[in-house]
Ligand binder design. Sequence first.
Ligand code: ZN
Length: 298
Amino acid sequence: MVTKEDLLPWQWEDATWRAIVDKARAGRSLKPKVWQGGAKVAVALSFDSDHETGTLREGEISPGKLSQGQYGSRVGIPRIRNLLSKYDIKASFFVPAVVAKLYPNEQRALVDLGHEIGIHGWIHERNSVLPPDSERDLQFRAADVLEQACGVRPVGIRTPSWDFSQHTLSISREMGLLYDSSLMADDEPYELLEDGEPTGIVELPVEWIRDDAVYFNMNRDTGLRPYTPPASVLEIFKSEFDGAVREGGLFLLTMHPHFIGHRSRIRLLEDLIDYMQGHPDIWFATHAEIAQYCKDNA
Ligand SMILES: [Zn+2]
């Protein structure tokens, strides 16, 4: 039998590429007419607490690189926690299982403050290169570890590096998750379809435009440098927020404690929160709260 692996993409039958495209697609919009409490815009702040796992997942063991990850927990998280408390904002933290094992108290403290903890892989592995059985096993075990650390079973997932395999959605379905936040088919929440079938899972879409890593990441061995100054990143994020206000939609921002937590950058986040709070009809909520609201009200 000829399989798709034996053929090049331009040799694929229509049924082959169509099945690939249909594996996880955007279905009906779940954008509500109005947000909770009559708000005109919903703001979902998220922090991917990768810490040391960004290094470990590559099989790298350098204490130098690992120390950059530890900064995320040691300095970044306390600054973020204080800022969110100052403005009384609840946010979502996506945490690899290995990070939850390294820092269980960090996760517990966040949950005690009313923040949400969501699934973010085992060791920040790339789902698209895993055998399906391993991906399933790691995703289930990651949820167990977060539940043990926090006392609450996670209801949502952000795949590490937003890397989604052909099997990720069916695993999330099997787990009965409320939402995913790893895909990019819209600015607004939508229902995920698997093989054309509605899944009931809410997608809260991400985008590289609204991700601090794009602007602030640095790798000394490649040409990757943080070329965009924080003031320019603030302008981009403000424009994305303004657009969400105009359209009565969702503004979802992805950040990383070891990037945004630095002195020159946490200020950017505070300025952005100040700016957003200047708008009268704004609803700050966790991803889980927004997903549930969309499911109930769209
Ligand atoms: Zn991550």
